[in-house]
Design a protein around this ligand. Structure first.
Ligand SMILES: Nc1ncnc2c1ncn2[C@@H]1O[C@H](COP(=O)(O)OP(=O)(O)OP(=O)(O)O)[C@@H](O)[C@H]1O
Ligand SMILES: [Mg+2]
Length: 633
């Protein structure tokens, strides 16, 4: 008889155990099946967690007082979680026998006040953390931006813009989440779990032991969940970067897409990427969708066990190690189990977010660790002024190792001279000009400015004396004025004087708002000729000692061309000038014309001398001359 009753009484617990065991086996099998695939997931972490934490702490350190304050407030807030089940248990026990209403009121009042204090604490804590977190993150964002600004032309060419945008926005956000929510919740949850455990032990050993039986399963589920979740999260991130990169490029090039009627293809590419991102997100939600109910199942099972064991113990009046079971104990435990499971489940998810915050931090730090290209040499000097003597000595340069773009270029420009570079497209004209301003590091040879090797001149000081007018004029969104001044404290009169000098004044005056006319992104609302005039004015305003002009090939109406020709003549008279000209008529008065072919100098001399030589320049000139006459006739 006794035997049978025991078997029967074990039955419900066995059922619970069997279900949990079966689920665990399924999970372990799923886990084993993905192990080999995990290596194929893109971004590998290289930095140790410790190093990442150390570097993050550098940003958090100035706010340590606020963090301590948050810690204290947090502990106060936890009190509610620990104490409230005890009070409710007490109330339950009390209302079963005779009780004074005033006692009940007292307990309810205590409960209410603890609740209020806890809510207040949570609020203050959230506000404090948000403040600190946002400060930390803006500091980091700014550091990152400053660092990106210091990268060299070749480094910038190597990283897609969309990727940098993702680093500065999404990744810093993930890190800020860590400071504002994750860290504190992690600590809080650890305390809550410990506190709840302590309170449970105090109430009843036997029931605590029962609850603890579920812990290994929670740990197991969590470990497996983390593996899947991390994979899914990484996918989401990679695909977000992917879509950002695609967008930033294609929105800039949308005109080409429209001109070539490629909207359909672009849409297909985009929807593929959008679909991939959607898939990754679905996978993530799916994984959370499995994990949460599983933990809930464990929770419900433990509650069932509590009612079963508790009810049985209560009925049988069991006293275990001196602890009797009351109905209040069961109620308190019922509440504690909830408070025990929720933080554990949160911990698992928060560890994941923490991991991804670390991954973001690593990506951000990887960019910060990129040594700015072309750092100034330790013994680099300031150039107080430049006379304008420029010499290239046997210059060899390649953008891509092995593919020489300049092959032994040598020339000498004397102060005040105007030198023009002529040659077929791709012959290396723009490259020569950008080497003078040290936009790229060259491999062999020497460039001397006033007899000083440019590798021994501070880049900023070099660029102050050289005014570069690039082949494609870039205008920022803002106003005409802001684009001309670029932060230089200049008066409107000074700016207009520069504009008059290059004949940009007439069209600016015709603008509705003059200097304050808005400039849209990339100067879209100005014509190519107008943009070129603006870039001349910009350079003249900054009064450099050497002018460098890479003339755009874009066709300009005859009227504007006359204006540009005239302003060029004036600029030539100012000092040393190096220019690439596509209209050879512009450079007839140049002191030296250098003809380039595939990265080598083939001829040089004045216009007259080169014409007499009847070489490449002669060919080019007669060709252009005839064509112009042809169109003129
Ligand atoms: N950032 C870069 N990375 C790799 N190769 C480059 C880069 N910029 C230019 N090149 C290569 O270097 C060569 C010379 O280019 P460069 O811009 O100096 O020509 P260019 O003489 O100015 O031509 P154009 O008259 O068309 O302006 C070209 O073959 C080009 O493919
Ligand atoms: Mg060029």
């Amino acid at each position: 008889m006794m035997e049978g009753k025991n078997m029967l009484s074990l039955h419900p617990l066995l059922l619970v155990g069997a279900i949990i065991g079966a689920v665990s086996v399924v999970l372990i099998i799923a886990y084993a099946s993905i192990r080999d695939k995990k290596q194929s997931m893109g971004f590998d972490r290289h930095m140790k967690d410790g190093e990442i934490i150390r570097r993050l702490l550098v940003y958090a350190r100035p706010y340590y007082r606020q963090f301590i304050l948050v810690g204290v407030i947090m502990l106060l807030g936890i009190a509610y979680d620990i104490v409230s089940p005890l009070i409710v248990g007490r109330i339950t026990d009390m209302i079963q026998g005779d009780f004074a209403l005033s006692d009940l009121y007292t307990l309810v009042a205590v409960y209410g006040s603890i609740l209020l204090v806890s809510m207040g604490c949570t609020y203050v804590q959230a506000i404090l953390l948000q403040k600190v977190g946002q400060k930390i993150i803006s500091g980091m964002r700014e550091d990152l931006f400053v660092h990106i600004e210091a990268l060299s032309h070749s480094q910038m060419t190597a990283i897609p813009v969309g990727k940098l945008v993702t680093r500065i926005t999404n990744d810093t956000n993930a890190i800020s989440l860590m400071f504002t929510t994750l860290l504190v919740n992690l600590i809080k949850n650890v305390f809550v779990v410990a506190g709840v455990l302590g309170a449970m032990v105090m109430l009843n050993y036997e029931l605590t032991l029962m609850v603890l039986c579920f812990v290994p399963f929670i740990v197991l589920f969590t470990v497996i969940f983390r593996k899947f979740a991390r994979r899914a999260y990484r996918k989401v991130k990679d695909r977000t970067t992917d879509i950002n990169t695609y967008l930033s490029e294609n929105l800039s090039g949308i005109k080409i897409t429209q001109i070539f009627n490629r909207q359909g293809e672009k849409l297909r590419d985009f929807s593929q990427k959008s679909h991939d991102l959607g898939g990754a997100k679905r996978e993530q939600i799916f994984i959370f969708g499995i994990f949460r109910p599983l933990v809930y199942m464990l929770y419900i099972s433990s509650v069932l066990c509590l009612f079963y064991l508790g009810g049985k113990g209560y009925l049988e009046g069991t006293v275990f190690l001196g602890q009797a079971l009351t109905s209040g104990t069961i109620v308190s435990f019922y509440m504690y189990i909830n408070k025990f499971f929720t933080p554990i489940q949160n911990l698992a998810e928060q560890f994941n977010w923490l991991q991804s915050a670390f991954a973001s931090a690593e990506k951000v730090f990887t960019i910060m660790d990129m040594e700015p290209g072309l750092p100034d040499a330790p013994d680099a000097v300031e150039l107080p002024e430049v006379k304008g003597d420029i010499e290239f000595r046997d210059m060899w340069f390649s953008y891509v190792p092995g593919e020489w773009v300049l092959k032994g270029v040598s020339f000498h420009v004397k102060p005040g001279q105007t030198v023009a570079f002529v040659g077929a497209t791709g012959s290396g004209k723009t490259t020569i000009l950008s080497l003078i301003c040290r936009n790229y590091e060259f491999q062999k040879g020497q460039i001397l400015i006033d007899g000083v090797d440019i590798r021994r001149i501070k880049a900023a000081s070099l660029r102050r004396h050289f005014g570069q007018m690039l082949q494609d004029v870039f205008l920022f969104s803002g106003t005409v004025r802001s684009n001309l001044a670029l932060g230089l404290p200049a008066t409107d009169e000074e700016i207009m004087a520069a504009c008059r000098y290059v004949h940009a004044d007439s069209f600016i005056e015709r603008l509705e708002k003059g200097l304050h006319e808005p400039v849209r992104e990339q100067g879209n609302n100005f014509s190519a000729g107008q943009r070129q005039l603006l870039s001349f004015a910009r350079t003249i305003l900054h009064a450099p000692q050497v002018l460098i002009l890479d003339e755009a090939t874009a066709n300009i109406d005859t009227q504007t061309e006359v204006l540009i020709q005239d302003s060029l003549q004036k600029m030539m008279a100012r000092g040393t000038m190096l220019m690439v000209a596509h209209r050879l008529s512009t450079i007839q008065h140049a002191d030296n014309i250098i003809v380039l072919n595939k990265g080598r100098i083939t001829e040089q001399g004045t216009h007259q001398k080169l014409l007499e030589q009847r070489g490449k320049y002669y060919q080019l000139y007669t060709l252009q001359f005839e064509r112009e006459r042809g169109t003129g006739a």
